[in-house]
Ligand binder design. Structure first.
Ligand SMILES: [Fe+2]
Length: 282
């Protein structure tokens, strides 16, 4: 079958219309879906209510190996299928018990790892009456549009990513003693090359970045701030309004994303999440 692909927004994103992930997935459609994904950065499949955690994993595997959830997320995983994570606005920090707003500011997933997940998939199980959109920014177009002097200054510089930056606008779940090994950190290029498209994207993470190679601390932060401001301009954004049963996969290598907590917090927003293992950055 050939896919019915429609653009979601001007900046990025495509919907594959009328595609039932349980019925229509095969080798040919999987290859085509991967192609559309690389081009559009964010893909949406509507009305996938019949997907359960196990079939969700089957879908995920067309994009690569499934990455296990972080140890700290054990409380946030589906018990029978632990590679499927749970995102809920009712979750609390495993140590302090305080409410946490997971995903509530611009970031790319798990960039403190040497091989950050190439993609993340969410399946919408419960959504608020209004609000709770997820924002995406196209960092590939943003890199393409960078002024030449800034592009040159970025060059091959790498940024240091740690579990939780001292400048992070929000808290991450607290690591317990047996999880401290997850805070090793990693250096990644600020202009990251996508292994499929060979195009570069701005690759940074305000919740993880702690330094930029070759720059004094404040100068590095200033560069990161300038790049973030540039990459998250309205013209690079797409805001996804969720419907029940939506499945969305985004490319962590070429986009930033942020969950919006603008909705009535007495209502439940519940998603299942699978991450796709990534590769070394360059
Ligand atoms: Fe995220």
């Amino acid at each position: 079958m050939s896919l019915d692909v429609r653009k979601l927004g001007d900046a990025l994103g495509a919907e594959i219309v009328g595609f039932d992930l349980l019925r229509d997935l095969n080798e040919d459609t999987a290859a085509e879906i991967n192609h559309v994904w690389a081009e559009n950065c964010v893909l949406c499949f509507r009305d996938q209510q019949s997907l359960n955690p196990k079939s969700f994993l089957t879908l995920a595997r067309i994009f690569g190996d499934v990455q296990p959830q972080l140890a700290t997320s054990k409380e946030y995983s589906v018990p029978e299928v632990p590679d499927v994570g749970i995102l809920s606005n009712r979750q609390t920090d495993p140590v302090s018990g305080a409410k946490i707003m997971r995903g509530g500011s611009w970031h790319t997933d798990h960039s403190h790892s040497a091989k950050p997940p190439r993609g993340t998939i969410l399946h919408a199980l419960e959504i608020p009456d209004k609000g709770g959109d997820t924002l995406f920014a196209n960092c590939r177009t943003a890199y393409h549009d960078l002024p030449d002097n800034l592009k040159k200054f970025v060059g091959d510089r790498k940024a240091h990513h740690v579990y939780l930056s001292s400048r992070s606008p929000r808290k991450m779940p607290t690591l317990r003693d047996h999880e401290k090994h997850l805070d090793k950190g990693a250096w990644h290029p600020l202009a990251r090359t996508h292994p499929v498209t060979n195009e570069k994207s701005i690759y940074l993470n305000p919740i993880r970045n702690e330094a930029v190679e070759g720059l004094e601390t404040e100068q590095g932060f200033s560069l990161l701030d300038d790049l973030l401001t540039h990459a998250t301009q309205q013209k690079y954004q797409y805001s996804h309004k969720w419907h029940l049963g939506d499945v969305i996969i985004w490319d962590n290598r070429s986009t930033l994303h942020a969950a919006n907590f603008d909705y009535d917090q007495t209502q439940h927003r519940l998603m299942h999440r699978v991450m796709i293992a990534g590769e070394a950055t360059y």
